[in-house]
Design a protein around this ligand. Sequence first.
Ligand SMILES: Nc1nc2c(ncn2[C@@H]2O[C@H](COP(=O)(O)OP(=O)(O)OP(=O)(O)O)[C@@H](O)[C@H]2O)c(=O)[nH]1
Ligand SMILES: [Mg+2]
Ligand SMILES: [Zn+2]
Length: 298
Amino acid sequence: MEASDISGEGVVVAHYGIAVALRLESGETGRVRLRRRQSVRVGDRVVVEAGMLTEVRPARGVLSRRDSHGRVRSVAANLDALGIVLAPRPESPLGFVDRGLVAARASGLEARVVVNKADLPGAEALHGEMAESYSAAAEIVLVSAKTGAGLDELRAWLEPGHRAVFVGTSGVGKSSILNALLPDLDLSVGEINETSGLGRHITSTATLHRLAEGGELIDTPGFRDFGPVEVSPTELAAFFPGFEGFVDRGCRFRDCLHRTEPGCAVLAAVESDQISARRHQAYLALLAELQKSPASSR
Ligand SMILES: Nc1nc2c(ncn2[C@@H]2O[C@H](COP(=O)(O)OP(=O)(O)OP(=O)(O)O)[C@@H](O)[C@H]2O)c(=O)[nH]1
Ligand SMILES: [Mg+2]
Ligand SMILES: [Zn+2]
């Protein structure tokens, strides 16, 4: 359909930089060019009049990240849930899951850790590692886009009215999982580079898809840099995955950052091996990074 034809309210289902694809409430779809400085995200609700985007409705459940240049990038909007996808190959950057789970909590999203490529060696071990570090913070699912194993668990998660987004490093199989969930879908997938072991950044734009069951799932381009956005140090101290039960029991100071403070419940748990020193180190590293970033003093 010609962009100039469409009017109504709808949702952004794909973003092409200068233009976006929309699905209108009427069921029609179409493309609309963006004017300069008009910024919208996949998942945003918008109003279009005669082919012009005239309004972006306020959004909830927005997922953003900071890239390696310190720039804030929006991933998607009006989300209910976040699926952090990883695989035995390619490996994900250290701390990727921590960042994803903190971002999910800060944005009020329900999180799942999706270990893909269950058919490959190392997948069970990776699943075990994830369960050990994160089972108190999120459901961990083991799936294979290739064999279809575990996909029913994902389908059940993506219930009607529920909108989730997949994030993960290039090559872990985000698009492949979507293709497996939606038989009519044919998203491009790419081989992993044999030499570097890295993905090839096949997906270049976020796209929103509706599942037969009624839920929605957004595929995104792979990324490695997942810097926290609008997370204050005290929020990180409360949200860091693995600290749940301990933070709830309470540190002496309400704004405790679990570094050297007296009466700190997290430090006591590290002391008694209930939290591993490795997890505490990962927290301190993320805290230090967040305190360096411009928006941390919110
Ligand atoms: N063995 C195996 N390979 C898989 C599985 N899922 C995906 N792959 C392969 O992994 C490679 C990357 O898959 P993609 O779906 O393109 O990965 P992606 O996460 O979408 O990557 P980007 O779009 O670059 O971010 C392809 O060669 C897929 O065939 C799986 O469950 N098992
Ligand atoms: Mg992809
Ligand atoms: Zn503390």
